[in-house]
Every structure is written in C-alpha cells, then in structure tokens.
Design a protein around this ligand. Sequence first.
Ligand code: PLP
Length: 449
Amino acid sequence: MASNEAIRQRDLAVLWHPTTQMKDHEWLPLLPVRSGHGVWLEDMDGKRYIDAISSWWVNLFGHSNKFISAAVSEQAHCLEHVILAGVTHEPAVRLAEKLVAITPPGLDRVFFADSGSSAVEISLKMSFHYWRNTGVEGRNRFVTLSNSYHGDTLGALGVGDAGLFKEAYQPLLMEPIVAPSPDCFALPRDQWDAHASLRLAELRQLLVQHRDEICAMIIEPLIQCAGGMRMYPPSYLTGLRQLCDEFNIHLIADEIAVGFGRAGSMFACEQGEISPDFMCLSKGLTGGYLPMSAVMTSNKVYEAFYDEYTSLRGFLHSHSYTGNALACAAALATMELFEARDVLADNRVLAQQMMDAISPLHEHPHIGDIRQTGMVLAMEMVAQREPMIQYDWKERRGMKVLQYGLQHGVLLRPIGNTVYFMPPYIIQEDEIAQMAKAAMGGIDLATAD
Ligand SMILES: Cc1ncc(COP(=O)(O)O)c(C=O)c1O
C-alpha cells in the first residue's frame, strides 16, 4: 500500500486543490486520508486524526456511518441516477416530502441541485424571475450582509462580501447592496439584541433608499461561517422578516452551513420564529456523503411560474445530477438518524462539553473572543486583548494551529485568526478533550511571539 509521501508526490503532480495557494504545499504537507470512521480519519501511514471541522461542515453522523452507507449501497443496486426532467423516482419524492415536513411553515416546494453555490444561484434567479413574472419591474439587485459568504460561483460570489475570495473577480460580479452585519464579535451576550436592533435600523435606511430595485435580501442565519464564525442573535432574524414584509422583498435564508442542527435548532430560522421565502440547504443534507442541495420555497412563488410553456414563465434551470438517487438515499437515511434519538438535546450536552474543555482560554492573553452557537465554537486569536488589537492576517497564525493540530491528531482548519470546532454530532467526551487540548496547544504556539 502507498505511503503518505508517495500519495503526496503523485497528487502534487496532477491535482489542483480547492481554496488553496498550491505553493503552500512546498512546506505544508497534504494529509492523505485512506479511511474515515466516526470522527476519525486515518492517513496512509495509519496515523489517526479527529475531524474537528466535519470535513468542511458537511458531516453530521460520522464517516462511514453504517446506516447511511447501507442506504446508499442498497440504492446503488436499484437505481443510481436518472434524469429528473420529465422523470421522477421515489427517493426524490420521499425526500422532498420530508424536507417540506421538517422545514419552517410555508416552504412547500423543493428544487434540487448539486452544491451549495448552485442552490444560492437558483434562489437568486427564482427571486428575480418571480418579480418579472408578477409584472413588477426594475428589481434586479440583492441585499447582503457585510462579511457574508454564499459560495464561489459567479452569482453566489457576487452576493457575498468575502473580500479576499472575491477581489480578483470583481469586474465579473454583480454589485449587491451591502448592509452592515449584525455580527456581535467581542460583545457580551446581554448586548447582542441591542446591537441587532441598531443594525436593523441601519438596514431600514438602505431599504428605504433602494426599495424598488431589490429582489431579495440574502443572509446566513445566526452564523456567518466562512466570514470567521461571526454570530448574531435570533432577534435579528425576527426583525429582518418584518422588514422584508414591510418593504415587500424576498428573504433568502442560506442555511447551507447552519441547517440540520448545526446552530442548535434543526434550522437556524426557527430560533427567530420565521419562515424565509427561500431556504437553501446543502452540506449536512446528505450527512456529508454526496453532493446535493435543495432550494425550498412557497407555493406562492411556485405558482408565479406555472403557466403555458410559451409564456416563458417557467424556471428553465437544471443541473445534470439534480435529484440524484444515491444522494436522496443518503439524505433520507440522515433524516432517519435525526428521528432515531433526540440529536439536538444530545448536541446541547456536547456543546457544553466543548465549552468546558476550552475554559482555560478565557484567561489566555491572546484570546480576544470565545463564542458559541449550537455545535459551532469559535476562539479568536488576537495580538492584544484590551484594547483589542487583531493580528495581521498576513502573519497566517492559523496555519500554525493547523500544523500543531495535525501533529497532535486533530484536523483543525482555522479561518484566519479564528480557531473553531464544528465536529460531527457523534463526537465523544474524550475526543472533545483531545480536540480542545490540540487547539489550546496550537494557540499557545501560534501566539507565542
Ligand atoms: C453559507 C454558505 N453558503 C454557500 C456555500 C457554498 O456551498 P458549496 O461549497 O457546496 O458550493 C457555503 C460553503 O461553505 C456556505 O457556508
């Protein structure tokens, strides 16, 4: 069997990795994974690592989960994939029924796609097209929050505000209206709601100014994940829904990262007691098994497209693997695992264990903020606590944490100076202890000079 080193060399000769400056791999060795079981990944030389980031936030119930694997395997022997235009199959219908049943009220239609970014693209196109179909003219812009991320395809990148990711492509992108994020970074919890109200008031000004140009506002509910796990309270969602109603614009909830329990409730929108007009789902949808996404919307939106073909009101959009039967089987099995036990209640215990495990960091001279929403816990490395001075991103201190983590059997992947945990929901207390120890050791090392 090949060794770590052999695979690395072959890889670097032919592969180009996502979100990576490939030159980094001159000094940062790739991690060649040969297997995964539960929270554990094993490299080609047999060393094991805890997947503390659920493989880019997709895994919910562990790698090689027996139940999901069996469902996918069974499906593979029956029907692996079939075109979903003009054709249907039971796994797609069952999954759509399930999603309608468990998402907030009013989301009664499901459009399948194959990645988070494509779901975002679909929601933007549907919203724009809805206004056109209903005879409302002049609406061709979207409102987004500062520091938001909605994916890397041109449309999704365009409605994000992730500076580094988007700078080079600016001339190709649409220009969103950027509202200030309600991000409560470094604020005590008892000030979060007041902060959110302030941000809503600022948003209202923008909406007054631009009301007739806007199709929709798109948000990552409760946690701006790629933006560094920045968090805000449910009261912002409640206020935002009211504003969208008042100004008659759509609300797109991008729950791609926070849905399926990650933010502490099955869907983050539930905490604000709201239903969006569009909800984008992906990542955890298939338990981290297969690429799939879904856009949920209302029958009201659906009906605005329902007409004779020649009216050209139809939503003429597709991806080849739309409604893939294997992905549907993985998603249905994942939903069954949510029903088999009270996952959200168990996660509250795990979330507390994670917080307890890193408690020494509250006194750390270079940790400026510790925040947690559901199964996401983030720790911010800072040059100085008070007054707070951030490290320059160019120092890339997070990479030292990543390297230390790997040496100590934990796959962490800090975002800039933000070290975070986002583990699968089946992590055990001793594994949390190991994950926390590696993170704290890495933080000590990365902030030592
Ligand atoms: C909130 C959010 N939206 C969209 C995306 C894009 O999803 P994908 O990478 O599957 O295209 C991501 C990915 O991290 C995300 O976190």
